[in-house]
Ligand binder design. Structure first.
Ligand code: ADP
Ligand code: MG
Length: 244
């Protein structure tokens, strides 16, 4: 059996006395798209942040290609390059063009030669339908366009896994679709992805697997048709009844 791209084994995380993750086990295969659903406060964001080591975990292990990346003292630079993350608030630098926002980190971190990097970035903008907006500043772009630039910025680091934390939650409803289209395209291109999302329709259509979180555990997981049409656990049923 092929080794999992990403494995979580008994991951626990507390903030002070508040235990937010209570033993998370998960195996993610290369090219898989996993949607995390669950009420606010159930631990979805913390789980994503613990995967790319933005938060140190208290117990358990996170393995990337079989390597323990949660080991204390490990150099986290390479880990954060290999696992990209995009948040609800896109936080582009306002005084830089979209292109400059995208090339900043690769130039500094990957030490990529300027001409090659610009060409690679331009290809990314074109691939996600933003070629004509590349030289604009964030305040000349819609929220949906800015969020797509934020996704491109993360992709420019050539990540192997992408994490998306409610990336459409702050957008006006008419702009959500263009951002979800980017995720759909990435999935078709075979990117390994974990998404925390409230977009149940999107999760149902596109997830390979849906994980329902409550109280810091994965209460139920399975293919979307099972989770949405025939949830087995009462807590999953109650959550879905409240959002669908
Ligand atoms: P979700 O993304 O599912 O809404 P979160 O992971 O954001 O859930 O939050 C889970 C719990 O962890 C909440 O009780 C929240 O208050 C707490 N929490 C999250 N981040 C921090 C932090 N940096 N410091 C203290 N508590 C936090
Ligand atoms: Mg969250």
């Amino acid at each position: 059996m092929p080794e999992a791209k990403l494995s979580l084994r008994g991951v626990e995380k507390s903030f002070g006395a508040n235990q937010v993750l209570r033993g998370i086990d998960m195996e993610v295969t290369e090219g898989e798209m996993i949607c995390l659903i669950g009420a606010s406060g159930s631990g979805k964001s913390t789980l994503l942040r613990c995967i790319n080591q933005l938060e140190p975990i208290d117990e358990g292990r996170v393995l990337l290609d079989g390597q323990d990346i949660s080991e204390p003292g490990l150099d986290l630079g390479p880990v954060r390059r290999r696992i990209g993350i995009v948040f609800q608030s896109y936080n582009l630098f306002p005084h830089m063009s979209a292109l400059e926002n995208v090339t900043l980190a690769p130039r500094r971190v990957l030490h990529e030669e300027a001409t090659a990097l610009q060409a690679r970035a331009a290809t990314l903008f074109a691939r996600f339908g933003l070629a004509e907006h590349m030289l604009k500043y964030p305040d000349q772009l819609s929220g949906g366009q800015q969020q797509r630039v934020a996704v491109i910025r993360a992709l420019a680091m050539r990540p192997e896994i992408m994490l998306f934390d409610e990336i459409t939650a702050a957008l006006d409803p008419e702009l959500v679709g263009e951002v979800l289209a980017v995720l759909r395209q990435l999935r078709e291109e075979g990117m390994t992805m974990l998404l925390a999302t409230h977009e149940m329709g999107f999760a149902r259509d596109l997830a390979d697997r849906v994980c329902f979180m409550d109280g810091g555990v994965i209460v139920e997981e399975g293919p979307p048709e099972q989770i949405f049409s025939a949830p087995q656990v009462a807590r999953t049923q109650a959550f879905l009844a409240s959002v669908l």
